[in-house]
Design a protein around this ligand. Structure first.
Ligand code: G4P
Length: 278
């Protein structure tokens, strides 16, 4: 897990501010399953009057009804949200169209001043694991070496020409998610956005079961043929029994069971879900 110290955070923010000055449009990547929890609220202040295209990644893992609602929620104040599978080549056209639409006014003004249209300069920003490298590779149509999730690591900036319309800064902005809200931390842990060395698997899983009980009550029944009981700890034990996950002393291995359920969710065996609700 990347450790964020106030000094690191300040440095990452400063570097991001420098990059932001270079671009016309910022692409803020959010995980479609957690469009609230994967946003670092510090970003907004930094972007002040830049146009923002919110790109929800991993739309293939999220609940469509909720994705539509979150798109509406973020498509305000002249900004726009879209939801994509960052691995899909079709994403290039979608991003290009939205970028042009967002920059339409500015480009019309430039044209009126007799300025030749130039490609829209853009950069990608997001928390670790949200799909920044994947989207950069998809947009560029090739493997681009990205200095990964090491906030504070600098490299000379390079523009990559995606097509006639778009130029992309090849180093994404990386920010750690905001953590003070316990629910946000749990959502990030469930999706695997953070390696939870602070949180225990059984605590994460119990929270996940309570969420499923409320919003996707059939998910566990369909997969393990077990009802989610009011007693969530007992539910976890029953799932462990059904999987034959035992410790040497014949007790159910709760940690193994919890991790297994979480991994099954991350690997799409429990269905498409959105954890952040509006
Ligand atoms: P990052 O640069 O922001 O850190 O993220 P990166 O592109 O490395 O993506 C993290 C993982 O998420 C990768 O899986 C990647 O394939 C997956 N991913 C990115 N975008 C999408 C998407 O739109 N849909 C789906 N289904 N997956 C996406 P990985 O290499 O298998 O890593 P991991 O999941 O095993 O950690």
């Amino acid at each position: 897990m990347v450790q964020w110290y106030p000094g690191h955070m300040a440095k990452a923010l400063r570097e991001m501010e420098e990059k932001v000055k270079l671009v016309d449009l910022i692409m803020v990547l959010l995980d479609a399953r957690i469009p609230y929890s994967s946003l670092n609220p510090k970003l907004k202040a930094m972007f002040n009057n830049k146009k923002i295209l919110y790109i929800f990644t991993k739309v293939d893992k999220a609940d469509k009804t909720l994705t539509d609602k979150w798109i509406m929620h973020y498509s305000v104040n002249g900004n726009k949200a879209i939801a994509v599978d960052a691995r899909d080549k079709k994403t290039v056209k979608i991003v290009e169209k939205e970028a042009l639409e967002l920059m339409k006014e500015k480009r019309a003004k430039d044209a009126a001043k007799g300025l030749k249209p130039r490609p829209i300069r853009t950069m990608i920003v997001g928390i670790p694991n949200v799909g920044k490298s994947t989207l950069i590779n998809t947009l560029c149509g090739k493997k681009v070496a990205v200095v990964g999730d090491k906030p504070g690591v600098t490299k000379s900036q390079q523009w990559t020409r995606i097509n006639q319309t778009l130029e992309l800064l090849d180093t994404p902005g990386v920010l750690w998610p905001k953590f003070d809200d316990e629910k946000v931390g749990l959502n990030l842990a469930i999706t695997g956005a953070i390696k939870a060395d602070i949180l225990r698997n059984d605590d994460i899983c119990i929270y996940f079961l309570s969420f499923l009980k409320e919003y996707y009550p059939d998910a566990i029944k369909n997969r393990y043929n077990i009802e989610i009981l009011d007693d969530l700890n007992l539910t976890l034990v029953k799932i462990g029994e059904s999987l034959h996950f035992y410790l040497g002393n014949k007790d159910v291995d709760i940690d193994k069971t919890a991790l297994y359920i979480l991994q099954e969710y991350r690997n799409d065996y429990l269905g498409k879900m959105t954890l952040d609700r509006l």
